[in-house]
Write a protein that binds this ligand. Structure first.
Ligand code: 5GP
Length: 377
């Protein structure tokens, strides 16, 4: 697993959690990235010694992160590798009790290896099918036969834990309107393969909002849900335009001015909060001034997420531990925060209801353990 939790952190691993902001290639295991880079080095496609430092480095600015993604994409843009990474990422999230995962990725083309955006996504779907540590259920419950897992691997006779998956197709800010539209069309074709929405991401200093708007409008008109990376840099005009679009969720919301802040609170757009990512990329100067606390106090909808568990060496459990310890929130409050995320998923009502039951049961267990501990004291 990419994240680092110890034995005393078992409780945080054990509680059910919902992950709504995880980039596939950013969630790659360190060990897998190193292994793949070494193998490309041996083939002479890259000079391993030149990239080893970039992979092992812990603190990176936002600019350095996007440089690392260029390297990651050289290493991972291959159908079989995508399948492997998808399987590993899903199994890593499931291992720390993520019960619902919205995984996002940018469909890519690479003519030299016969890769198109649809075939890129086929590699990802194969990865979901290859998962065998847990049962994979696609978020739109109406798909497939009820109760039948999406993946085929089985542990004979032993019921497996289940993870619900929703896929988001990302538009990279380097793309043209036509290319963004192509991604939305692919997402629409893949609705019966677990695709629930569209994300806008990529280097926030690149591209213009008006380039992506036609594709996002088209996505919305056709029933896809939308989340935007918003306010990673202080581009106030763009933040205003994004908020006026009223996406179903936004990610980060770090560099807001007073007006933007007011609008966000009024519109009650849920915010995907990625603490470690914001600190590592220096988008926020220090954890104690992170806007999590203001949003939490204002009872604004927020969801704790990892962003790029591999790139930032974190895990969802670690993000919960970090928030609890920094902002002085007890386990009960954190469990409630985890549960509230259900309402901000892009899942249908049937899946939400199943998630509510999982969280009800976890809350009962937590209360019982609390009582037993008090009796023993
Ligand atoms: P992929 O889409 O290739 O599976 O995941 C990596 C991509 O996600 C990156 O190339 C970038 O476009 C996007 N991404 C990952 N982390 C961040 C982030 O913190 N901010 C933004 N804006 N984009 C990100």
């Amino acid at each position: 697993m990419a994240g680092r939790t110890g034995e005393k952190d078992d409780w945080w691993v054990s509680i059910p959690k919902i992950e709504l902001h995880a980039h596939l290639n950013g969630s790659i295991r360190d060990s897998t990235l190193l292994e793949l880079a070494k193998s490309l080095g041996e083939k002479g496609s890259i000079v391993f010694a030149d990239v080893e430092h970039a992979i092992l480095k812990d603190d990176r600015t936002l600019t350095e992160v996007f440089k690392l993604f260029e390297l990651i994409h050289i290493v991972t843009t291959d159908h079989n590798i995508l399948t492997r990474i998808t399987k590993e990422v899903v199994e890593d999230f499931a291992a720390e009790n993520v019960v619902y995962l919205e995984l996002r990725t940018t469909p890519k083309k690479n003519a030299s290896i016969g890769m198109s955006k649809p075939s890129y996504m086929e590699g990802v779907i194969e990865g979901l099918r290859a998962v065998n540590a847990v049962e994979v259920a696609l978020a739109p419950h109406c798909l497939g036969k009820k109760g039948k897992p999406f993946n085929s691997g089985c542990v004979c006779g032993t019921p497996r834990k289940r993870i619900y998956i929703g896929l988001l197709l990302s538009i990279d800010r380097r793309e043209t309107t036509a290319s963004a539209m192509e991604t939305v069309e692919l997402a629409l074709q893949m609705r019966d393969m677990g695709v629930v929405g569209i994300d806008l991401s990529g280097n926030p200093t690149v591209g213009e909002w008006c380039t992506f708007l036609p594709a996002l409008d088209f996505a919305r008109k056709n029933g896809l849900r939308i989340t935007l990376h918003c306010g990673e840099v202080p581009n106030l005009d763009e933040i205003q335009a994004m908020l006026d679009f009223v996406p179903e969720r936004i990610g980060h919301a770090c560099c807001f001015g007073e007006e933007e802040w007011k609008k966000l609170l009024e519109l009650k757009i849920p915010v995907e909060i990625c603490l470690t990512s914001n600190i590592r990329t220096e988008t926020i100067s220090s954890i104690d001034v992170h806007h999590f606390v203001d949003l939490y106090k204002a009872e604004h909808p927020i969801i704790l997420c990892t962003d790029d568990a591999g790139v930032f060496s974190t895990s969802l459990s670690s993000e919960y531990i970090l928030a609890a310890s920094t902002f002085g929130l007890g386990k009960q409050k954190m469990l409630q925060l985890a549960e509230k995320a259900i309402e901000f998923t892009f899942a249908d009502e049937e899946v939400k209801e199943e998630l509510r039951q999982i969280f009800d049961s976890a809350a009962r267990t937590a209360r019982r353990d609390d009582l037993m501990r008090k009796e023993e004291e």
